[in-house]
Design a protein around this ligand. Structure first.
Ligand SMILES: [Mn+2]
Length: 198
């Protein structure tokens, strides 16, 4: 049985082709290649602040728009993360954090619950950020929550700069992933659910 919290995923559809590899117990090293530079910047943030090593190679039909590519990236990475978490023994499971970025404050509460849910309370002030329609960003988080089977609540408490608002969403998720995925020294073999499985 595999013990290392590492997983690889490959997904090819008529819209996108994505390879990703995650190492949950990494050092926050990333190699990200997608056709959307701003998403590269965001995925680097996820890796850096979660300490998950993340390799992503992605092509997609961005000539249509960024929607398919961003959604499928969330799905593919989430699936790999869920697979890498094995039986989730010993993890803290719950985490909650407010993260400042200059004038912006964004909160995330996360439960590695096995039950997908995204509560997204973020209003982006600009129509586009990083050349991408603002409304598309939540598709990344929704797809990630679905395939990673996690309950994720993200709320932008306040902020003015659209780049800060969306970047703080990625960063706060990253820190919550780190905190929820950390394995307790004590009780490292215990699955944190009264059901005995997550
Ligand atoms: Mn930035």
């Amino acid at each position: 049985m595999k013990k290392e919290r590492i997983s690889e995923n490959f997904r090819k559809t008529s819209e996108t082709e994505i390879y990703c590899k995650v190492n949950i117990d990494g050092k926050g090293l990333s190699k990200i290649e997608t056709p959307i530079p701003f998403i590269n910047h965001m995925l680097q943030q996820i890796s850096k602040h979660s300490f998950i090593d993340l390799d992503v190679k992605c092509s997609g039909d961005v000539e249509i728009d960024a929607h398919h590519t961003i959604e499928d990236l969330g799905w593919c990475i989430g699936e790999a993360v869920n697979d890498a978490l094995l039986n989730k023994a010993g993890i803290y499971r719950f985490s909650s954090l407010s993260l400042p970025m200059d004038e912006t404050l964004t909160s995330c509460s996360l439960d590695v619950s096995g039950r997908p849910w995204l509560e997204w309370r973020v209003i982006l002030p600009n129509e586009k950020i990083g050349g991408v329609d603002s409304e598309v960003y939540q598709e990344f988080f929704r797809a990630f929550a679905q395939s990673a089977k996690m309950t994720i609540h993200i709320e932008n408490n306040y902020g003015r700069n659209a780049h800060h608002i969306i970047e703080s969403c990625f960063k706060v998720l990253a820190v919550c992933l780190r905190n929820s995925f950390t394995v307790m020294k004590k009780n490292k073999d215990i699955i944190p659910s009264t059901k005995g499985v997550i």
